[in-house]
Design a protein. Sequence first.
Lengths: 618, 179, 297
Amino acid sequence: MNPEIILAVAFGGALITYLSGKISKRIRDVVAVAFSLSLVAIVAVFYNSESQNVFSPGFLDFPIVIRIDDLSWLFAVIISVIGSLSVIFSLNYIRNRGNTDFFYSMLLLVIASMTGIILSGDLLSFYLFWEIMSWSTFLLISYNRGPAIAAGIKYIVMSVSGSLAMLVGIISLYANYETLVINELAAFLGQASSGYIIFIMVLFFAGFGIKNAIWPLHVWLPPAHSEAPSPFSAVLSGVLIKMGTYGIFLLIFVIIQINIFFNLGKGLLSPRYVIAIIGAITIIIPTFIALVQDDAKRLLAWSTIAQAGYIVLGISYCTSESVAGGLFHFFNHALFKALLFMTVGAVEYRTGGVRDLNSLGGLIKKMPVTFLGALIGVCGLIGVPLTNGFVSKWLIYKTLIINDSPFLAFAALFGTWGTILYSYKLLHNIFLGQLPEQFRNIKKAPFSMQLPIVLLSIPVVLFGVLPGVPLKIINNIQSDLGLDALNISLWGVVSDTGTINLFNIIAAILLIFIIIWLLFKSSKRPANVDQYDNYAAGAAVPVNKYNYTVNFFDPVYSKIIRYLKDFADVFYLWLALCIERAGNGIRRIYSGDVGYYVIYIVLFMALLILIQINRALW
Amino acid sequence: MDRNNIIKWLKFPGEMGQKYSLHALYFCTGCGIIEIPPTITTRWDAERFGVIPVSTPRQANLFLITGYVSVKTLRYIIRSYEQMPEPKYTVGFGSCPVNGGMYWDSYNTIKHLDKYIPVDGWIAGCMPRPEAVFVAVTHLWTLIDKGMANGYKKYREEYKQYRANQEQILGELEWPFLF
Amino acid sequence: MVALVFETFLVVLLACIIGLFFLGLARKITARIHWRYGPPVYQPVIDIIKLFNQTSMSHGVLFELGILISLAGSVVVLLFLPFARICPLSSSGGLLVVLYLMLISPLGLALSGGESANPNVSIGISRKFLLAFGYEVPLLLILLAVMTHYDTISLSEIANKQISSGWSLFQLPLILSGIAYILILPAVLGLRPFEMIQAPQEISSGPYAEYSGKFLAFAMIQHAFDLFIGISLFVNLFLGGAGNMGYFFIKMIIVLIIMIFVNAVFPRFRIEQAIRYLWTWPASLAFAGLIIVLVVN
């Protein structure tokens, strides 16, 4: 089977959705859902098959290579599944807005271009699809108007700068080796000098790092993810960031092969350690910044930056377990971050657009399914045992400790505790605490929103209990790329430096929970009390005021709030201001007065005559 | 620990628990509370009787009404009493809950606390010494053993009368009927 | 398989009895320090019996489930800690799994307390998480130093290696880490001066404000298990574990008595003072200890 079928379905779906929107809204909804689900089905057919298709005259006389292998398959599954669930989620979310045809077709176009990125086998088609993804994302981020337009502009400026750096790298590669096909480039780069490799790495890393939101390059992410509509935020955080991860993975493991990358540089200055340290910084700083956020989606956006740090740390550390951990964490993070954005989106939809954590509360009684989804998402984000986040983080920690990098392990472990703090704040301020009176009559989330939430919670728990299923695919990827495969079983990972066996853990937890539950049930039944029958020192419980949400981690705020300005953001704004001022100055050359222009011409002629008299150049 | 009752307690351990672990709600209702800190600290140690102060009514099963009860405080006393889990015991501490005490002719105090919440025992005095608290606790143990400390059951059965009395003196009550 | 189940029950039962004994012993010793008599040592048992006998009020399904999850989380951690050569699940993950399982019980308590809709509970939970955030910095550095020194992540191996090579507390690279651990041990156990999560006078028992009857009983049992786990982790990592149970028990009692002495004398810190303390002195000692271990190995 040819992999172009996937691309045809994806891009065709975007076009046909827009056209059918002109006919009727219902048909367009059905068409959008049908196309996204069929994309999932077609991707599933390609399991475990490797094929490649070369179009010789291709585009601009360059050959276009479309290929699919295990790595592309893993990414394609995530893209199509989260894309289709997000389309289902937006059926109700976008219903009453304007320009809905545009929304659906752009969403499908983003999904299609991401599929194109991972299926491309040469750098030109990679760059083409990358650019399509960039501007369609920009259009969709600005969908909400208002502050979303500024967020979109920040995103597109940074993304285009990254793409230009990538373009310089591509041109340099073509100038040196006359080909852009990835397999051939890998063979050529095997004999390149390490200086040239580092040059190419820096250029490509600028582009991929901006997309992956690594620490100094992350400033576009919080406004973009919080101002975008919620189903698209799920796709952004879940999948778009991972395109940067795919690029980094491609760069390190496919183009520059692993044995070269491992031996570049020496000691702490090798790219391996530098990228790992940047990843560690990316874990810690955004975790602290997420603690002080008051907007639910902005908190989740900063959390995305922190988790992307884990993935980069895992991938660049370059041992077989850490790469497995990084890839598995990419897979898990897509699942639970999309789940969390969807729950926040459901709450936002039902409460009429309220995302402010200081004014919500107690919604567990009104939206129990949403709460359960948020709880499972938060458990996956923290890495509670029995969820998939635990296994991937365990792999990363173990390899960092065993290979004598305890400071990186400390950064990763400390990031987990910060994650616990801000995740609990999110859960508490939205779902726990006192229910405000204005939300007493809101309804449960509609079925089209509950379905993706439930469907995303299932793999979070399932792959936590049976991690062997995704780890088998990751093992195949690793052995393709020259790393050792892990010794996995269905229930865990076995190795001589420490095993993890989830069957024992889950059996122990279940057994003990059942015993305690039986003990609990055998004592007297409790009486149910209202939220207003509460301890208030004997007084009546004040309505809407008996809730502790503002400044939830107050004692730490005052100490650390000074250090939590986003210094990278301040730097970029300063840079933008300098460029604007410089431009303002240069603009004054065009004064509009013809007399000035005549003086310019006369002076320039005089300069030329002077040079000719002295040096006789012409 | 009474050795005679060990067989009975092995069959019904709850009764032993009720006696020897009375957690008192640390709600300072009136001026009589000044006698409680000496009772629970070093000189007259109440913890050897199993009596410790707790801060919320949810965790308490002994309510000491210390000192006079003004009309304003009665609302809070009733609410705290209702939030305590059963079985719960109330002890009127000082002369003022008994019959008005020093404020027998004031317009603002409650003269007969028994009309509004059930009271299991009384300690007379203005203020009673800490030894009187211990006598009251041991007397309460005897009452519990005999099954006569049934204030909470009486409250449940005769709630209508209690509620009528409460509404008569406090006006509109903002919490609904309990039973 | 049968031996495994038997070991599990033995460990859980012993931990419960010893934990409750420690709670009662703490109250008795505190009383004696105050020059008074104090309750009998079996007073926590009487309290729990009374609490099971009382009616209870619940705020919802999550309120009930949360406290069960918290207790289950504590008990599961027990199965991974070696208790004098008995360690039912020693080959399923090691110290990292212990670190992760130790966060199930605060999370369960936090979920259950959050459903209470009481701001005192929320303040108590935020203090609990912040305190844990505070002591995790030195604790992680200490654990990383120990794991790097012994080059393993399995707790029973660390305990076994100390039988041959002496206590970790007296081995030269790990002395600073040991001192740092002693400095943060009151915070891990929740004793004064780090007792601000309960603070009955300030926030009316923090997370336990809305617990009545059997919920409070489960919370007390969970507190007993937490005390046992905290002391047992310290004894296993730094005081050499032990060959038989009696010796292990003696080591635990000595650690407990020292902590009770500290508890009886100090007032409680505010949470920002606690975090400032935990992130300066023990953290720098643990950091120095980690660097020494890295340099030596």
